[in-house]
Design a protein around this ligand. Sequence first.
Ligand SMILES: Nc1ncnc2c1ncn2[C@@H]1O[C@H](COP(=O)(O)OP(=O)(O)OP(=O)(O)O)[C@@H](O)[C@H]1O
Ligand SMILES: CCCC(=O)O
Length: 355
Amino acid sequence: MAKYILVINPGSTSTKIALFEEESVVFENKISHSTEEIHVFRDVASQFEFRKNLIIEAVKENGFDLNRLDAVCGRGGLLKPIEGGTYIVNDEMIKDLTLAERGEHASNLGGIIARDLADDLNIPAYIVDPVAVDEMHDIARISGMPLIERPSLFHALNQKAIAREVAKDKNVKYENLNMVMAHLGGGISVAAHHFGRVVDVNNALDGEGPMSPERSGTVPMGPLYKMAFSGDYTLDEIKKMNYGKGGLVAYLGTNDAREIVERIENGDEKAKLYYDAMAYQIAKEIGAYATVLKGKLDCIVLTGGLAHEKYLVSRIKERIEFISEVLVYPGENELLSLAQGALRVLKGEEEPKTY
Ligand SMILES: Nc1ncnc2c1ncn2[C@@H]1O[C@H](COP(=O)(O)OP(=O)(O)OP(=O)(O)O)[C@@H](O)[C@H]1O
Ligand SMILES: CCCC(=O)O
């Protein structure tokens, strides 16, 4: 019997949902939330009822009876550090997602809403490869400041899904591959995948790694802490310079790569300098992560929305092709990745993990 799975991916400005019959989309909806709608809530967890009701409405509008579902699967959030895989949403997980002690992130709602809908239907709720997936080796955790440990926070859902796809295309097991993968989206994570585990990755959420369309990435620390204590900026203003209004947005006023490339084609030297700088930083980070694998790589993989953009890909490639074969898997399909994670468990191909 075909399995039906409702998947939920809450983002900062939208909630994406899809209904899958096995791996085929029955319907897909992007429910947008205006800033005014979101700003009335004091934190992410208190948006639960609001987003859940919109999801139920959307499912009904598509004429689907929720009672036909086999599982609900949400994008997992800022949980305690856990290894990759599909997890049953249990009480402990709900507690951590609600208290958000590791931080506020829209994806915290994925597990909370999935569990609530699934409980009413008496079916399982799962999350798959949350941003908190942590498979780092110990040496990578050392930052240089004893009070600060490097965490593992990255685009685990897409990185793991693409890693499995690369393995399938190469006809080998993910557990037998060594690769560096760069997820190039609004945020950027560059990771070393070593025999099925992400043993090191830049902290994509918190100012580490290359700049991205919306994030600053690593900046020199001296000027940063002088700025922080100058009294000229609030904490929130500085956070935004790092996350949301950093990177290309800060330099060029847009996070849209297509618009920037058009400007470059029209001779805009400033656009070229900052866009080339982003490519340079990405390539440099990939080079650094190749050393994590001692240069013994099966391939380098570029993925995420920016991997569609040919000028950027060629600027990155020219600096890294000497290291290994470069494969490009443009875009991301987080909704399908969630459905596949739930399906692997429903079909008994993988044991669900317990948080
Ligand atoms: N088809 C495309 N061609 C060129 N550029 C693209 C394409 N699709 C997306 N981009 C660019 O990729 C960047 C990231 O967009 P995307 O929508 O993938 O990010 P996101 O999903 O919001 O972020 P994240 O992947 O960090 O969650 C933007 O600069 C966007 O303009
Ligand atoms: C760190 C991965 C998720 C995000 O960029 O928000």
